[in-house]
Design a protein around this ligand. Structure first.
Ligand SMILES: [Zn+2]
Length: 188
């Protein structure tokens, strides 16, 4: 099973449960630094589970461009893993108007992620996690579900882009993460 966690926080409990197994690939995108504090690129699992935890830290201020790049960069690993089932920790607190976090993702990205999952995997289910703006969270859910079902986006939003300094930090972490995962996966 692949657990794909795009909630804006690290799924720290999920990570801990599956940290030492190669039966579950845990892949989390999250703001870093943020609660609960860990979730950096050096956390890739332990023992048999080494290489089966992927942490993608997103600097505060990351917009749609970085969020989608974070998905694209690591999706080849998720596909290589050939999961029988994909469980999605679908939290929407990476949203621009979320009240807890400082990411700048819009509902358009959630729709695109839904589409990407639909295109690549046949057995996908999602569980609702965070989202603390009660006006935007439901729209994000509808956008994501529409993507998963191959439908048009019901609540389109103008996409956001990230400042170059944020890109620079993000890119460094991505390269670092890929370097650590390289012994376990075929990378580009
Ligand atoms: Zn969260």
């Amino acid at each position: 099973m692949l657990i794909f966690d795009f909630d804006g926080h690290l799924g720290d409990g999920t990570e801990a449960i599956f940290y030492d197994t190669d039966q579950v690939l845990f892949w989390s995108l999250h703001q870093y630094p943020a609660f609960p504090g860990n979730g950096y690129i050096n956390e890739i699992g332990t023992g048999k589970g080494k290489g089966f935890t992927i942490n993608v830290p997103l600097p505060p201020g990351s917009g749609d461009d970085i969020f989608l790049k974070a998905v694209e960069e690591f999706m080849p690993i998720a596909e290589q893993f050939k999961p029988d089932v994909v469980a999605v920790s679908a939290g929407f607190d990476a949203h621009l108007y979320d009240l807890l976090l400082g990411l700048r993702v819009t509902g358009s990205s959630f729709h695109k992620i839904g589409l990407m999952l639909r295109e690549r995997f046949s057995h996908v289910f999602a569980v609702l996690e965070g989202g603390y703006n009660l006006e935007y969270m439901p729209r994000s859910v509808f956008n994501f579900v529409a993507g998963m079902n191959g439908q048009e986006i019901p609540y389109p939003e103008d996409t956001t882009s990230s400042a170059w300094k944020i890109w620079e930090n993000f890119d460094m972490d991505v390269q670092g993460a890929l370097a650590q995962l390289a012994p376990f996966w075929k990378l580009r």
